[in-house]
Design a protein around this ligand. Structure first.
Ligand code: CU
Length: 244
């Protein structure tokens, strides 16, 4: 092989390894019947790596969320793969993939289920601009997630509603300059730590959905009732939410 060809192959493989991401989900963490995290964002070509860390489990593609039934021709890891890993490569460019543990009653009784939200590599295009906004007290920062307003209300009443059905993507956004200039970006880990006490995406998203103000792109801001507002204040332990 000529040097140019070798170089090309190396570059091509490097490029591929840069683009594809690996998302690790631990199966049976803390000896519980659970996937941690139970939802990930992944793009086509990314690998979702299931790491079997404890107990007796498998991972099987589900036909839809929460019904604990196999999808025809879906993926299946087998019981505790001997390497302790099962890798699933995302082969679609949109939609969602559901999975569950098919061992004993882990799915039915322990809700041992999860999902992959397939995102594009390009900056997320949000067809619906509905958001949940969260403004920490005494701060100019404002954070938000894109979410389905109706699902937000459902999730607040029933935390078993999967987050993947609530948010459009597992991304946290920040508006700069109080949102006046319309510039948005992703907050740094440090900023999240300061505002939420954690930089764990899933925990931050839950706080935003729980305590934030829903902006429905179709109906405008919600007007929280006094009761809702009190609940927000209690749960946020003193942090206020904007109510405009
Ligand atoms: Cu299991």
């Amino acid at each position: 092989m000529s040097r140019a060809v070798v170089l090309f192959i190396i570059l091509a493989s490097l490029t591929a390894s840069v683009i594809a991401e690996v998302h690790v989900i631990s199966v049976g963490q803390d000896n519980k019947n659970q996937f941690v995290p139970n939802t990930v964002n992944a793009a086509k070509g990314d690998v979702v790596a299931f790491n079997f860390v404890g107990g007796q489990h498998d991972v099987v593609q589900a036909s839809s969320y929460g019904n604990c039934s196999k999808m025809a021709n879906g993926f299946e890891s087998g019981l505790n793969p001997s390497s302790n890993w099962y890798n699933y490569t995302v082969d679609k460019s949109s939609g969602r993939i559901w999975f569950f543990c098919n061992v004993f009653i882990h799915c039915k009784n322990f809700n041992m289920t999860g999902g992959i939200i397939i995102t594009s590599n390009a900056p997320a295009a949000h067809l619906d601009d509905s958001r949940v906004l969260f403004k920490p007290k005494n701060s100019r920062d404002e954070f938000f997630v894109y979410a389905d307003p109706d699902m937000v209300q459902q999730w607040r009443k029933d935390k078993t509603v999967p987050l993947v059905n609530v948010v459009q993507c597992f991304e946290i956004f920040e508006t700069y300059n109080g949102g006046k200039d319309g510039i948005i970006g992703h907050p740094s880990k440090q900023k999240l730590e300061n505002a939420f006490g954690t930089s764990d995406n899933q925990e931050v998203i839950q706080q935003i959905i729980q305590e934030g103000v829903v902006h429905n792109a179709h109906k405008g801001h919600e007007r929280p009732t006094l009761k809702d507002h009190k609940a927000v204040m209690n749960e946020s332990r003193g942090r206020g939410a904007t109510t405009n």
